[in-house]
Design a protein around this ligand. Sequence first.
Ligand code: ACO
Length: 325
Amino acid sequence: MKTSIIGVGSSLPEKIVTNDDLAKIVDTSDEWIRQRTGIVTRHIATKETTSSMIEDAARKAIADAGIRAEELDLIIVATVSGDYRFPSAACILQAALGNDRANTFDIVVGCAGCVYGLNIADSFIKSGKVRYALVIGAETISKLTDWEDRSTCVLFGDGAAGFVVAASEDDSVGIQGILARGNGRDGMSLTMKERENMSPWADGEKVWDYLHMDGQAVFKFACRKVPESINELLDSLGLTADDIDKFFLHQANYRIIETVAKMMKQPLEKFPTNMDRVGNISAASVPCLMDEYYHKGLLKKGERHVLCGFGAGLTYATAVVVWDK
Ligand code: ACO
């Protein structure tokens, strides 16, 4: 038995912010951002919230799957920017969908989130406990960004996207293999500190912090771990990179994609991108890109895809999926 992707959906805020818009608020330029990252525009939430985007993406994925929300047995939301500490974003979604039976929780794995969530859903489905699972990645990183820090605020966008997955009796389709790993030792290269202890007895400064990143450390981690994990998974499946039709990598930075393509000796055409238009939308990145390709008719039934997310933790997750829609 395999786990198959039967639905996909995404949601982006209405407002589009250009590199030139950013150059008006921090010391940067369209040229610098394009050259270093490949990003040109990003969607930034104004009236949208993490929960509203999650619900929109989820409803689209459920409709695409042709199931009813009540049929979901498992709801996983990958986010570091939910609207509440609790209840979880997944429980808020569950209530909005009118589902009252699913196993429902959030996971905190940054940009690896959605592929990490797929790994969990795959295990639940294979255990026989779950028939239909919803995995949504969603971020409003604009809430966490210091808009005076040019080294980070130019990189991110907001959005939500995800998949409905289900058991498939046909072993030749769906998730053929998946791995998810942590590399906690390097975790402090990408941080967003929790609010300080505000109790009257606590020592220390009581401040609200922002997202911080050692960009070069994250860059090196991605360029090492992404090809390594893809090769490990392909080896375990008796495949090589040449057997893969498309590589859907987390859209952090165009130079990471170029480096991975080169290291894997694969043409760049096999690496779809949309970070030029949406920026880095963290956990929503991989499903948002796949949703765009799917709706443009660019995903063919039977194609073999690699999905790979990587980010805070540091974490990474890689899947080989035979597209079945
Ligand atoms: N505009 C203009 N100049 C800038 C900007 C900006 N927006 N940001 C930084 N600079 C300056 C720096 O101050 C520095 O100036 P200096 O040489 O005078 O000190 C110079 O540009 C070079 O800075 P670096 O940080 O060395 O630039 P680098 O080439 O490493 O590019 C980047 C930075 C794009 C963040 C890169 O490190 C990177 O791609 N890292 C990958 C991590 C990533 O994409 N993270 C996203 C979130 S995590 C994730 O999704 C996995």
